[in-house]
Design a protein around this ligand. Structure first.
Ligand SMILES: Nc1ncnc2c1ncn2[C@@H]1O[C@H](COP(=O)(O)OP(=O)(O)OP(=O)(O)O)[C@@H](O)[C@H]1O
Ligand SMILES: [Mg+2]
Length: 604
């Protein structure tokens, strides 16, 4: 075949394959046009998942009569004129490709009226614009675009469409996504004549929060922390879900760069890292985040649907995002008022005493729970009291007298221990329940980390050095890491081809099962893929310390005294991320007096 220039309509159809590959992409382009036109109300109506009809009506600035035919032409835009404009583009659109692409695969009608016109004007076409003159039409100031019979002339594409409900789900997800970032506009969505969403413009902070709650759920807002960080020309705002609010799917992750929803590997990585220390690696954090920077620092022209961006200084952006979220999570201290409330699932009125109580916390049967070595079967008889006692001796926790006001201590004072597992404590608002092992593990882990950054974890010589037999490969591995392990307070020498001798260990690990710990350390490589234990944590260092913390933490059935329990509560209050164990499970919950009263139908 000879080389020939393709006809315009075919070019547009090819482009449409990239820009508007499914109904939700058409909705996206049209809604973005409305927002670029300054609309404060956008009405979206679709039928049969958008395949039959997509109608978007807005109250934006409108298009003057003489520009209507131009709007349907390829590469026609009012948003940029030159390279400079493109480099600092602030509008959602800029390529002048959306309307001609949509027109090429549908029957399209564009009706619009500008403020100083007495009525509106309309142009239309099926597959292509036939240069007909605009016709007068009744319309308020603003624009309506109607696209019918999507992909009617590209049967191959039409065949790829999924069920109506799937296509509609994509549309509805897109509207949620844009509504979470354009609080200045109101949105309504109708599917097959049925209204599924109605959002008024949200101008105040409470209104914005209400919109976030409407889209992401009340639970998210209740379990999220506000973030507002500015540094070196970068700004990050929004809501970060607490690690204990982790999801099993990545379905609550909204990230915007300069008002544009993006999916970005680099930013995704920064966020995963920020949470890695506080969340089980099979879970996903929840967030609604707005990153702002000088438009010159971002290239938005890298993806046909503009869902990806490139950063001029990607390392700086990555580190800023990681740092801001990481710091925010670490700054969290117990605030019973705000978080970790236990909600009894049943309302008190229909709750029978025999019913088991349920908490709004992860299920205890989750596999990760027992993997921490904290189940009664795993209870080791070798477990000695020394680790706990030395902790309390070492920590400068001044055990407060019970007369001291509970107000000083968010986690209150210990009352008792339940089945050797939970600590019961009392604070101003009611009852606090603490998972002693999980909490202690976090406290130790953070202590180890502190010590490591301040010169290394102290070590204590063993009176009787312990000889441990391993396979030869493991002994080699440990020997080669001899220097590194010294920093963790572990001193060892090779004793033979398949054995090593341990001479000193951190005081907290005295009397613990060192052999198992070392075997685990020696197979560190294999464990990189084992996600049950801090799998995604940044580096081996943290895994070692997490292992040590788990080994040294209080085991089940270890009886604690009240001062020991209070000591742990005080340590938790001081410790970063103490609300979750290393696997992201909550370490404590609050049960308010009001909640208890409801349980007993008190005060009715
Ligand atoms: N709802 C609307 N209200 C006012 N003007 C609009 C509207 N929709 C489109 N326009 C005008 O039509 C032009 C073409 O729209 P189109 O979506 O094809 O391109 P674009 O938005 O400029 O760029 P992109 O292809 O990146 O979306 C726009 O530049 C704008 O001037
Ligand atoms: Mg556009």
């Amino acid at each position: 075949m000879a080389i020939r220039i393709l006809p315009d309509q075919l070019i547009n159809q090819i482009k449409a394959g990239e820009v508007v590959e499914r109904p939700s992409a058409v909705v996206k382009e049209l809604v973005e046009n409305s927002l670029d036109a300054g609309a404060t109300r956008v009405e979206i109506e679709v039928e049969q998942g958008g395949l039959n009809l997509i109608r978007i009506r807005d109250n934006g600035s409108g298009i003057p009569r003489e520009e209507l035919p131009v709007a349907l032409q390829r590469h026609a835009t009012s948003k940029i004129q030159n390279m400079d404009d493109l480099e600092r583009v602030g509008s959602l659109g800029f390529r002048g490709e959306a309307l001609p692409s949509i027109l090429s695969v549908s029957r399209l009608t564009l009706t619009s009226r500008v403020a100083d016109a007495s009525h509106g004007w309309q142009v239309s076409g099926a597959g292509a614009y036939e240069n007909e003159e605009p016709k007068p039409a009744a319309h308020a100031v603003g624009t309506t675009v109607e696209a019918c019979d999507l992909f009617y002339n590209t049967p191959a594409r039409r065949k790829f469409m999924k069920a109506e409900s799937t296509e509609f789900r994509h549309i509805s997800q897109f509207i949620n996504r844009i509504a979470l970032c354009r609080f200045d506009a109101g949105f309504t969505l109708k599917h097959n004549q049925r209204r599924t969403l109605d959002l008024a413009p949200a101008d105040s902070e409470p209104e914005r929060e209400a919109r976030v709650a409407q889209i992401c759920g009340d639970d998210f807002v209740r379990n999220a922390i506000r973030i507002d960080e500015q540094r070196m020309g970068l700004s990050l705002q929004g809501w970060v879900g607490l690690p204990s609010f982790a999801r099993t799917q990545a379905d609550l992750q909204y990230l915007y760069v300069n008002g544009r929803a993006v999916r970005d590997k680099l930013l995704g990585h920064a966020l995963r890292r920020a949470f890695a220390d506080a969340m089980h690696s099979t879970h996903y954090p929840a967030f609604v985040l707005y990153l702002e920077l000088d438009p010159v620092g971002v290239d938005v022209n890298v993806h046909p649907q503009k869902t990806e961006v490139r950063f001029r200084e990607s390392a700086r952006v990555h580190d800023f995002l990681f740092g801001a979220v990481h710091q925010l999570l670490r700054r969290q201290r117990p605030e019973p008022e705000q978080h970790h409330h236990a909600h009894f699932a049943e309302s008190a009125t229909n709750m029978s005493v025999q019913q088991p109580m349920r908490y709004a916390t992860p299920s205890y049967s989750s596999p990760s729970y027992s993997s921490s070595g904290y189940s009664s079967q795993n209870f080791s008889a070798r477990e000695s009291a020394s680790s706990v006692e030395s902790l309390w001796a070492a920590s400068n926790a001044t055990t407060p007298s019970l007369q001291e006001s509970a107000a000083e201590y968010p986690l209150g004072h210990a009352l008792a221990q339940l089945h050797g597992v939970y600590i019961l404590a009392q604070n101003n608002t009611g009852l606090i329940l603490v998972d002693a092992h999980a909490a202690h593990e976090r406290v130790l882990y953070e202590q180890f980390k502190q010590q490591l950054t301040h010169g290394g974890i102290p070590s204590q010589a063993l009176l009787v050095p312990e000889q441990i037999s391993l396979d030869e490969e493991a002994a080699d591995a440990l020997e080669s890491r001899h220097e590194e392990l010294r920093r963790y307070g572990l001193e060892l020498d090779r004793a033979g081809p398949a054995s090593i001798i341990v001479r000193a260990v951190p005081p907290l690990l005295a009397g613990q099962d060192i052999a198992t710990l070392l075997r685990e350390l020696s197979s560190d490589e294999d464990r990189r893929t084992n996600t049950t234990h801090l799998g995604e944590v940044l580096d081996a260092q943290h895994r070692i310390m997490a292992d040590m913390a788990c080994k040294a933490a209080i085991k089940a059935n270890r009886r604690l005294t009240l001062p020991e329990m209070d000591g742990l509560l005080r340590d938790m209050e001081r410790t970063e991320l103490s609300g979750q164990c290393n696997h992201g499970r909550p370490t404590w919950v609050q049960v308010d007096m009001a909640e208890l009263d409801r349980l007993f139908l008190r005060g009715r």
